[in-house]
Design a protein around this ligand. Structure first.
Ligand SMILES: *Cc1c(COP(=O)(O)O)cnc(C)c1O
Length: 356
């Protein structure tokens, strides 16, 4: 059975052995203020930076999910309001949570085949009181992606506001240009090929300085509190030690992100090329410039979508459901590193045989 679900998604087969090792090596009861655990966290931070090309002067925090990152950003880095540019369900949810805490926050929706024009956006000027501009680098719900050039242009026009990027379904899959934004975050159950239960947030020196000057301390997971603990490779609460252990093992095995990125990009190009020509379903996103590398969505009549999913499942290929607005009329295929090439070969053969 192969699963192409874009989260929770396929885990690396090696995780089975790592779970056993975690038990046998006593990690499940390891004290989280002890040297053994802080050593693990220190090594994990070093490996994250090395394997994912995260600048040395950026700070890494471990939380429990990307959703928690949304909330922490509103609490700790948004004294007044944030601005949200979004095209799909995850970007919209982030906007909703931000508004619940900071009601002055604003948002703008754009289409899934659209490249937003920077000069048309209501961006903060130097005197503005927008704290954070929020984008979703890879919108998992509709399989779109914002390109590096767009993020850089946006970053260059923000004045004092910080740029926060939800990269939940691309972090550890594609090579993110960390220097082009202040805050990046994601979860391990997508491109890391791990079970859910860990969120990862990466802060630029500028973002860290901002968090420290705001100095929000009203929450156990406030960034200042987390920063003070991370100085000693500790966390504010008892952390997910098992998740961190598994992350450290998977990172140690990982090829550099450049290699992973190229592999996923080649695989995505092949998938799009195939589904553009040969099947009854077509890519949901018609503009090649807005298509995601790590999630491919296909569209068709709802009855056909159901039939494809049902027959694929019967042959050991679990496809991802559509999401939000696109639930009935689309299905999604994760293009994540833990899914082997053989799975995509079987998938294409399935479509060629039954839905060409
Ligand atoms: C999956 C996902 C989330 C939510 O992640 P959790 O770990 O479930 O909180 C947020 N944003 C995007 C873009 C996602 O793909």
């Amino acid at each position: 059975m192969y699963t192409f679900n874009p989260g929770p998604s396929a885990v690396y087969p090696a995780v089975r052995g790592y779970l056993q090792d975690a038990f046998d090596e006593g990690w499940l009861s390891a004290p989280h203020r002890g040297e053994r655990f802080t050593g693990l966290l220190r090594q994990t931070v070093a490996d994250m930076k090395a394997k994912l090309n995260i600048p040395q002067d950026y700070t890494i925090f471990f939380l429990s999910s990307a959703t928690e990152c949304w909330e922490v950003l509103a609490q700790s880095l948004t004294p007044t309001k944030s601005f949200h540019l979004y095209s799909g369900a995850f970007g919209e949810k982030w906007f909703e949570y931000a508004k619940a805490l900071r009601p002055a926050s604003t948002g703008q929706l754009f289409g899934l085949d659209e490249l937003p024009e920077i000069y048309t956006l209501p961006l903060p000027d130097e005197s503005g009181d927008t704290d954070l501009v929020c984008i979703t680098q890879n919108e998992t719900s509709n399989a779109t992606q914002l390109r590096d050039g767009f993020i850089l242009n946006l970053y260059n026009r923000l004045g004092n506001a910080l740029l926060a990027v939800d990269a939940t379904s691309s972090m550890a899959g594609i090579q993110l240009k960390y220097i082009k934004a202040d805050i990046w975050f994601g979860s391990v159950q997508k491109c890391f090929g791990l079970p859910a239960g860990l969120g990862i947030m990466v802060l630029s020196p500028r973002a860290l300085a901002r968090a420290r000057s705001i100095n929000e301390r009203g929450h156990y997971n406030s960034l200042t509190a987390q920063y003070e603990k991370m100085l000693n490779f500790q966390t504010t609460h008892t952390p997910n030690v098992l998740g961190l252990y598994l992350l450290s093992r998977v990172l140690a095995d990982r090829e550099p992100i450049k290699v992973v990125h190229q592999h996923l990009q080649d695989r995505a190009a092949k998938l799009y090329e195939y589904f553009e020509q040969a099947t009854q379903l077509t890519p949901l996103v018609t503009n090649p410039e807005t298509r995601s590398t790590t999630v491919v969505a296909l569209q068709g009549a709802p009855a056909l979508i159901d039939e494809v999913k049902r027959r694929a499942q019967a042959q050991g290929l679990q496809l991802g459901n559509g999401y939000g607005t696109w639930k009935a009329g689309s299905l999604r295929i994760a293009n994540f590193p833990a899914i082997p090439d053989a799975a995509y070969e079987q998938l294409v053969q399935f479509f060629a045989r039954e839905f060409a």
